[in-house]
Design a binder for this molecule. Structure first.
Ligand code: IPM
Ligand code: MN
Length: 366
């Protein structure tokens, strides 16, 4: 337990500042006046890049590395790009992942009461699984190192290491052990999602996964090819418990999965390494709706709850785990009571949702 936990807050671009401010307010309301969290804001992102030429200033990096946890809104603006055409506003997220070795990107996918799904015949609780996205290697490892030959040939290399696959596979089994199993049959199950039928690197991913699986005889395992998986997430989402996959596949599948539970606004994530934790929703900066006060803050609020859970477990600080549980309960309650933003076909503004969540927390209505 620590007397003070330093939280590095980076608001970022587009709706980033709106959803990030909402999450900070909610965390403060959950912990009350004696809160041990201390928030400090640092700049990074596309707007900062336009102003200063730097997308991720060194002092921001140092502060993030030293902090007990990092909370981010969202980054990136269309057209704000490096000479190679990639987005400058993504440097913050991507450099943190690689330089702090945040290898486990945990993305819970859950359909809450009151939230509309585009899938027919599903109700709250029918979809409840985790996409565990490998976050430190895979195709993304080529970021900044790909080659463009004579303006004719472009190459990015997909990297899979034995140690990288082992640790993410272990994490998947640990998450399955802590879970209640798949909604449809209650079975604790890890699905290894790859493209082992076509590429050697994915066949290797699968074989290392299978080796690790031997240490977890209590957990069911299966394989799914990523193209089939895209279909399964639509036709049998209740079958899944924990899905583990390479970085890029995890990125793509998590947007598809989010769509089934209300959209990107309902997609929290936690990016965890051995030492550091980085928390942001899985959505982008949505510049088209920025500044209108209508952004959905639930994804970032739920990511902040994961931050409290992670900190609480890491430091043996039960207060933080209790606050996380309260935020989750109140969030569910607000959704079930129709407090929905425009993306969820509701009318509630970002600030109405935030105020309502905070009021319920302050009043102990959870
Ligand atoms: C995500 C986002 C990121 C990614 C961006 C912001 C770098 O889409 O977290 O899923 O591509 O991984
Ligand atoms: Mn993504």
């Amino acid at each position: 337990m620590k007397p003070v936990y330093e939280i590095a807050v980076v608001h970022g671009d587009g709706i980033g500042p709106e959803v990030c401010a909402a999450a900070v307010q909610v965390v403060k309301a959950a912990l009350g006046p004696g809160s041990p969290l201390h928030f400090s804001e640092y700049p990074a992102g596309a707007e900062h890049f336009l102003k200063t030429g730097q997308s991720f200033p060194e002092p921001t990096f140092q502060a993030c590395r030293e902090a007990d946890a990092i909370l981010h809104g969202a980054g990136g603006l269309p057209g704000v790009i490096h000479p190679d055409g990639t987005e400058a506003g993504l440097d913050f997220t991507l450099r943190l992942r690689f330089e702090l070795d945040l290898y486990a990107n945990i993305r819970p996918v859950r359909l809450f009461e009151g939230v509309p799904s585009p899938l027919s015949g599903v109700k709250a609780g029918d979809i409840d699984y985790i996409i565990l996205r490998e976050n430190s290697e895979g195709l993304y490892a080529a970021r900044g190192s790909g080659a463009l030959l004579r303006g004719e040939v472009a190459v990015d290399t997909l990297v899979q290491t034995r140690s990288g696959i082992e640790r993410i596979a272990r994490k998947a089994f640990e998450l399955a052990r802590q879970s209640g199993g798949a909604p449809r049959d209650g079975v604790r199950r890890v699905t290894c999602c790859d493209k082992a039928n076509v590429l050697r690197s994915y066949a290797f991913f699968r074989s290392v996964f299978d080796e690790v699986a031997k240490d977890y005889p209590d957990i069911a395992t299966e394989h799914a090819l990523v193209d089939a998986m895209a279909m399964y997430l639509v036709v049998k989402p209740g079958h899944f418990n924990v899905i583990v996959s390479e970085n890029m596949f995890g990125d793509i599948l998590s947007d598809l999965a989010a769509a089934t539970v209300g959209g990107m606004g309902m997609a929290p994530s936690a990016e965890i390494g051995a030492a550091n934790g980085f928390f942001q929703a899985a959505h982008g900066s949505a510049p088209d709706i920025a500044g209108q006060g209508i952004a959905n803050p639930y994804g970032t609020i739920l990511s902040a709850a994961s931050m409290l859970d992670w900190l609480g477990h890491k430091h043996g600080d039960e207060r933080l785990n209790q606050a996380a549980a309260r935020i989750r309960r109140v969030t569910e309650d607000c959704l079930a009571n129709g407090l929905l933003s425009a993306d969820l076909k509701g009318r509630a503004s970002t600030s109405e949702i935030t105020r309502s969540v905070c009021d319920r927390l302050a009043a102990g209505r959870d």
